[in-house]
Design a protein around this ligand. Structure first.
Ligand SMILES: NC(=O)N[C@@H](CC(=O)O)C(=O)O
Ligand SMILES: [Zn+2]
Ligand SMILES: [Zn+2]
Length: 432
């Protein structure tokens, strides 16, 4: 039994906003209130959270954990350590592992690994198509029985529109979303960065916005026609978000996420960082207009979720010419700092909206229980909002140190992560 004292608690879903104590017993929240009186004080451990903000546990609904198959890039264990260090109580890993998570055996394996570790919780995403090959539907029904929360072929689009239409029809019975990696591969082919001023200047092949937007449009059309559920992954352009907004206004069941790297950086970074392959990501860092548009769509409520698309790679894989490096940024340990620095401190969002983007909305989309409420298991992200810190990739728990944010000064450091009542991270230390 322990009590979290004097933290500033933020959870609009449960009408909480203010300095409060939270009493936790056997993993459960048993009391929330101002100055909870503690009778037999000796048996109760007290954590003073003065100056810290207590959020309902953050869920990162888009990560790549690389296990099974590429344990040199990340394992479930290193990925979940990185998650709790980054302030997340749960993550949804994408199925582009080896083997692909397209059947119940892989889903069960992932769930079992995570259960033993007792770090962050894991909510697997199953493939839409067998082997993410885009040829025939995967065993979505049996994966759902095992516990997948969504389907996606992330890493690739499902190019065949008829097959995508069938997927939209099929998932309706499970009420799970199809998460779209929106990319027209004929348009993006061989591209390595955003198409524009900088791709020309740097002599690199560009990926235009249209490669993304055509598929966002297609998937909205298919979702609307089938009255199904769509979630757009890593939206990076003004056009993508404009189409999502229009679809939402029409009543289409579509949600959208953006990543910290897309709302923070632009394609200019490829030049600034001297062709560092840590700036290479899919979709690419876009121009300033698109970056500013993303921020406006976060401000006006159209963006539902901030997800990291945590994509760890080895140094060996990244340490090649720009053209040949894999796409991806290791992002789960810098996400909260970037949200605080780039959005909260700049008044794009407030504390309530931050809880919505990182906890309430991802839970709604994936149907995960949570929230700061009597009787619920304690899943909490406790953040030191005003703490300044400097990103040091060599201190990452993730095996992937492929970050374009190294040495950046940020506000907002995760202080404590509580999963099912267990304090799994405190002050940067993982407590097993
Ligand atoms: N985002 C990336 O640049 N890379 C992801 C794949 C993906 O999210 O599409 C990866 O798996 O490495
Ligand atoms: Zn993707
Ligand atoms: Zn991804």
């Amino acid at each position: 039994m322990y009590v979290l004292k004097n933290g500033f608690v933020v959870d609009s879903e449960n009408g909480l906003y203010g300095k409060m104590d939270i009493l936790i017993k056997n993993g459960e929240i048993v009391e929330i209130g101002e100055n909870i009186s503690i009778n037999n004080a000796k048996e109760i451990k007290i954590y003073d959270l003065s100056g810290k903000t207590v959020f309902p546990g953050f869920i990162d609904m888009h990560v790549h954990l690389r296990e099974p198959g590429r344990e040199d890039k990340e394992t479930i264990e290193t990925g979940l350590k990185a998650a709790v260090a980054g302030g997340f109580v749960g993550v949804a890993p994408m199925p582009n592992t080896n083997p692909i998570c397209d059947n119940k055996v892989v889903v069960d394996y992932i769930l079992n690994q995570a259960k033993e570790l007792k770090l962050a919780e894991i909510y697997p995403i199953g493939a839409i198509t067998k082997g993410e090959k885009g040829e025939e539907l995967a065993k979505i029904g049996e994966m759902f029985e095992s516990g997948i929360v969504a389907v996606s072929d992330d890493g690739h689009p499902v190019t065949n529109s008829m097959l995508t239409r069938r997927a939209f029809q099929y998932i309706k019975q499970f009420d799970i979303p199809l998460i779209s990696h929106s990319e027209d591969v004929y348009i993006s082919k061989d591209g390595v960065m955003n198409e524009g001023e900088y791709s020309i200047k740097l002599g690199l092949k560009g990926i235009p916005n249209s490669a993304e937007e055509i598929m966002v449009d297609r998937d909205i059309i298919l979702c609307e026609a089938e009255n199904s559920r769509l979630h757009i992954a890593h939206a990076s352009t003004n056009g993508s978000l404009r189409m999502v907004k229009e679809a939402k206004l029409r009543g289409v069941n579509v949600t959208v996420e953006v990543t910290p790297h897309h709302f923070t950086l632009t394609d200019e970074e490829v030049e600034k960082q001297d062709y560092s392959t840590d700036t290479k990501v899919n979709p690419p860092l876009r121009n300033k207009k698109d970056r500013d548009a993303i921020i406006e769509y976060i401000r006006d409520g159209i963006v539902d979720v901030i997800a990291t698309d945590h994509a760890p790679h080895t140094k060996v894989d990244k340490n090649v010419e720009y053209d040949f490096a894999p796409f991806g940024i290791s992002g789960i340990e810098t996400a909260v700092g970037l949200v605080v620095t780039e959005l909260l401190k700049k008044d794009v969002i407030d504390l309530n909206r931050m809880a919505e983007l990182l906890s309430i909305n991802p839970r709604k989309i994936l149907k995960i229980k949570g929230g700061i409420k009597k009787g619920n298991l304690a899943k909490l992200s406790i953040i030191d909002i005003d703490k300044k810190w400097i990103v040091n990739k060599n201190e990452f728990y993730s095996k992937g140190i492929n970050t374009p944010f190294n040495e950046m000064e940020l506000y907002g450091k995760p202080y404590m992560t509580i999963v099912n009542g267990n304090i799994v991270m405190k002050n940067g230390e993982i407590l097993g």
